[in-house]
Design a binder for this molecule. Structure first.
Ligand SMILES: *[C@@H]1O[C@H](CO)[C@@H](O)[C@H](O)[C@H]1NC(C)=O
Ligand SMILES: *[C@@H]1O[C@H](CO)[C@@H](O)[C@H](O)[C@H]1NC(C)=O
Ligand SMILES: *[C@@H]1O[C@H](CO)[C@@H](O)[C@H](O)[C@H]1NC(C)=O
Ligand SMILES: CC(=O)N[C@H]1CO[C@H](CO)[C@@H](O)[C@@H]1O
Ligand SMILES: [Zn+2]
Length: 710
């Protein structure tokens, strides 16, 4: 989840209400409505009356350092009390009411309080508060982790599960998840084996930390004369350190490497940098990775799985390693013809430029960039002028409100942690029911968390007594604030990222699960990105792109059709080669985590030409040694990004492409896909919406149809 830019004047709520009406306007007319209301916005002040009591909202805003620490202690004490009470239920007296319901309600009630303690770490303007928040987080995390290892609670839950009391499907699923969580912690094992599980887990953490640490510690750099860096802009050269002999020092930080590989005209320089980059950590990390993978397999076997990938995939939509391998190989082979065409074109270009030198992976970025510059005439820098932040935001609001039958209303003078932060209520348009709230904290600030993301502050849930807690989301982004009155302009990639993140906000708010655990964004990790990725498509279609763009000095002037078309083609340019390169790493990750005794060095060498239509691995490099995603965070799950993109393409193309503001389809998406959240099996959810099983074919067809050869 990722963004930058700056703002002028906040949109008033009156504007937002207007945008929310389902006005069946198209094109220029819709744009004009927007433009007019935007102009009004500029002179209006916020007019809503002050509203402090927010129904269904238990998140506490802007606590002081001491309040945070006190609240954390209270959360832990209360949680301990409830767990103790559950643990003390005699095994023959277990019921839903005395075991499951207290645990579920505890989670639901405590989550917003936990977030009240933890989120200030990300957004508070006070150092002291951020520190207290980090301290509280540590304590709370340690406590939660200890609860999930409580054998006494596990026994009671197990006794309840074995009793077979009648429950609705969501409650049944909840109990299943509780049991799974305990079992994945080794609680159904003998004490010795459980200790072994803990020991292996600590070893795994240590090794993955070491792998990443080794990469970070690598301080290798390569020296070049100015003429060897031909093609790189002067501003870039200025940022490089100079060695005593006047040569430029290129480090192996990704922004240096990317610049050289994309822009440097000298093939030999690109090759040297690519080699140095692929050689980081020498062979040292290879053995770290080997040990790491062995430890993971052992860990998984203790828990009853035959390998680590099986353990990792068990709770995911993809389910099994063989399914993932089949998926990746399908994608790769379906794209081979296209990749061959792409590669032939690049090879031809290199021949024209550099003669008969062989084409290598180190040439990919440079020639791709070159073709893109010739083909698309896209000046992404100049394009910014069409994306003033307020216009983009109101366009996004309009799209989401119209499509999903929602109404956003700004809460004037809402309590927040900074005066730039804005808060909105979200209503169902037809019933007027309050669905939840969201905060926008859009601008870069000192001390603020540096990524663009959505944080759930409170999840929707319904208590045993019927009381409903509504979802509350926070969108954090990194736009620049106004400089000298020029409205903040967004880069196109920032527009896409903002719309994507806003997709997560809507996903969170439209969730109707009754358990906090299935609500929010706590859904299958293979599934969670799909809705936001579906929605990204609105950035590439002329009709919707015009709703979120307008020339900054005359916002009635939307982006030109040719530019919209170029953006779409740019999105798909060389997509087969780009994707195959990613597939290569995903295959590597999946294979080492699903098979025993793999020679990880040889594996990469073998896979490289096979996936990359004949291109060999760059000699002397050792990609397995510098692939942090498979060491930490994405192990056995690297495929997941492609997975969600593939199914998002299927959904968009088959359901939305011909009706970008079709509220009928939008409402179906809302009720069938967004509403169930984690309470239902994702394949079932998608099949229900699509009327068939999701397929990879649309994704492949899109790539072929939108390629340069079509
Ligand atoms: C523990 O639970 C897992 C997952 O349900 C199961 O596969 C395994 O066989 C169980 N182990 C024991 C010792 O009961
Ligand atoms: C947040 O709390 C601090 C004191 O902890 C206070 O100084 C500040 O004004 C508050 N901010 C807002 C926006 O209410
Ligand atoms: C609520 O949702 C968030 C994000 O989706 C998740 O991290 C959190 O665990 C959920 N809360 C509960 C109580 O499950
Ligand atoms: C154990 C070992 O050899 N570690 C090496 C890993 O990589 C870093 C950075 O290249 C080296 O400094 C370590 O010595
Ligand atoms: Zn995302």
């Amino acid at each position: 989840m990722e963004s930058e830019g700056n703002s002028e004047k906040k949109l008033s709520s009156s504007k937002l209400k207007k945008g929310s009406n389902i006005i069946p306007l198209t094109g220029a007319a819709a744009l004009l409505t927007l433009a007019v209301s935007l102009a009004i916005t500029a002179i209006n002040k916020r007019r809503n009356s002050k509203r402090k009591d927010l129904p269904g909202c238990n998140f506490r805003v802007n606590l002081s350092a001491s309040e945070i620490l006190k609240l954390a202690d209270r959360i832990i004490a209360k949680s301990k009390e409830v767990h103790d009470a559950v643990a003390s239920v005699p095994l023959d007296k277990v019921t839903y009411k005395n075991v499951i319901s207290p645990l579920a309600e505890l989670e639901a009630q405590q989550f917003p309080l936990v977030q009240s303690c933890v989120v200030p770490k990300l957004v508070s303007t006070s150092d002291k508060v951020r520190k207290a928040s980090a301290e509280a987080e540590k304590k709370i995390d340690a406590h939660i982790s200890s609860c999930s290892k409580r054998e006494d609670v596990y026994c009671v839950v197990k006794a309840f599960a074995a009793k077979g009391e009648w429950m609705g499907p969501e409650a049944r699923h909840y109990v299943h998840c509780l049991m799974k969580e305990f079992e994945r912690n080794g609680l159904n094992l003998t004490a010795t084996k459980r200790e072994e599980v803990q020991r292996l887990r600590a070893q795994i953490d240590e090794l993955s930390f070491q792998y990443v640490q080794n990469l970070n510690d690598d301080g290798t750099s390569v020296l070049f004369h100015e003429n060897e860096l031909a093609g790189l802009p002067a501003e870039f050269l200025k940022t490089l350190e100079k060695a005593e002999n006047g040569m430029f020092r290129v480090t192996l930080k990704s922004h240096h490497v990317a610049a050289v590989l994309e822009l440097c005209k000298i093939g030999k320089t690109r090759r040297l940098v690519a080699m140095a980059y692929g050689k980081r950590c020498g062979k040292a990390n290879l053995s770290v990775l080997e040990d790491l993978v062995q430890a993971r397999h052992k860990f998984a076997r203790l828990l009853g799985y035959s390998n680590y990938a099986e353990y990792a995939l068990n709770p995911r939509m993809a389910k099994t390693p063989s399914k993932v391998l089949e998926f990746l190989e399908d994608i790769s082979s379906s794209l081979s013809d296209l990749a061959n065409k792409e590669l032939a074109m690049l090879k031809e270009l290199k021949k024209q430029d550099e003669g008969e030198l062989p084409f290598g992976v180190e040439d990919l970025l440079y020639y791709v960039k070159k073709v893109e510059q010739q083909e698309f005439d896209l000046d992404l820098g100049a394009l910014k002028q069409y994306f003033p932040v307020n216009l983009v935001l109101s366009g996004i609001f309009k799209i989401f409100q119209d499509l999903f039958g929602l109404r956003f209303e700004e809460i004037a003078d809402a309590d927040a942690w900074h005066s730039d932060v804005r808060m909105f209520s979200v209503f169902d348009l037809s019933s007027g029911e309050l669905l939840g709230y969201f905060y926008l904290d859009m601008y870069k600030r000192e001390g603020k968390y540096g990524q663009t993301c959505v944080v759930a502050l409170q999840n929707g849930s319904v208590a045993f007594n019927g009381a409903r807690q509504v979802p509350l989301a926070l969108l954090i982004s990194q736009l620049q604030t106004d400089i000298g009155g020029i409205p903040s302009l967004l880069r196109f990639t920032e527009v896409v990222s903002l719309l994507h993140e806003f997709g997560h906000v809507v996903q969170h708010l439209c969730n109707r699960a009754s358990f906090a655990r299935f609500s929010g964004l706590r859904v299958d990790p293979d599934f969670v990105e799909i809705p936001a990725k579906v929605l990204e498509n609105w950035c590439y279609e002329s009709f919707s792109l015009k709703l979120i763009s307008g020339f900054h000095q005359d916002i009635t002037m939307p982006i030109k059709d040719e530019i919209c078309k170029s953006l779409k083609r740019w999105r798909y340019s060389f997509s087969a080669l780009k994707l195959k390169q990613e597939v290569l790493y995903c295959l590597f990750d999946q294979i080492i985590h699903s098979a025993e005794n793999v020679d990880i060095f040889e594996l990469f060498k073998h896979l490289h030409p096979k996936v990359m239509v004949g291109l060999p691995m760059l000699e002397g490099t050792n990609p397995a040694s510098c692939f942090p995603r498979c060491a930490i965070g994405y192990e056995a799950a690297c495929y997941s990004r492609i997975w969600s993109e593939v199914f998002a393409a299927d959904i968009f193309t088959s359901k939305f492409q011909d009706g970008l503001l079709n509220q009928h389809v939008g409402m179906q998406f809302r009720t069938k896909v967004l509403a169930p959240g984690g309470a239902k099996d994702p394949i079932e959810i998608l099949s229900d919406f699509l009327g068939r099983e999701p397929s990879i074919q649309t994704f492949i067809d899109n790539k072929i149809e939108c390629s340069l050869w079509h």
